[in-house]
Design a binder for this molecule. Structure first.
Ligand SMILES: C[S@@+](CC[C@H](N)C(=O)[O-])C[C@H]1O[C@@H](n2cnc3c(N)ncnc32)[C@H](O)[C@@H]1O
Length: 108
């Protein structure tokens, strides 16, 4: 399923301990999460692969800029004491280091 097919954020599961949502991450964060309300974000976003997957991957050139739209929402919803864990992989391209700006961009 592509992100475009997800539609509006929907509750996938709810219990006394909390609620799991399914939807576009940026849209869902915007609708569900108050400013500075989140203790921990764990994400495994699409990687900047040379051979894109079915669900879609940004090119290596566009990747950091694309990821920053998520980083803005992460900053908004995380508590000042909150943590962000990113599972990030990529494809080696000899002599180039495409993701070097990412840690700095996410740690404003
Ligand atoms: C690298 S895969 C992660 C796979 C997962 N960690 C695993 O091990 O199976 C990235 C996933 O993010 C999803 N995705 C991409 N953009 C998204 C978005 N804006 N909101 C929510 N999910 C998104 C893709 O559909 C894909 O399933």
């Amino acid at each position: 399923m592509s992100v475009a097919d997800l539609g509006n954020p929907k509750v996938a599961y709810a219990s006394q301990l909390g609620t799991a949502w399914i939807g576009d991450a940026i849209e869902t964060l915007g609708e569900v999460c108050e400013d500075e309300s989140v203790d921990l974000i764990v994400t495994s976003p699409p990687f900047a692969l040379q051979r894109p997957k079915e669900y879609g991957n940004e090119s290596q050139e566009a990747y950091t800029e694309w990821f920053l739209s998520f980083a803005d929402e992460f900053w908004r919803v995380l508590k000042p004491t909150g943590s962000l864990v990113i599972d990030l992989g990529g494809a080696w391209e000899g002599g180039l280091s495409r993701l070097t700006g990412l840690p700095q961009a996410c740690s404003r």
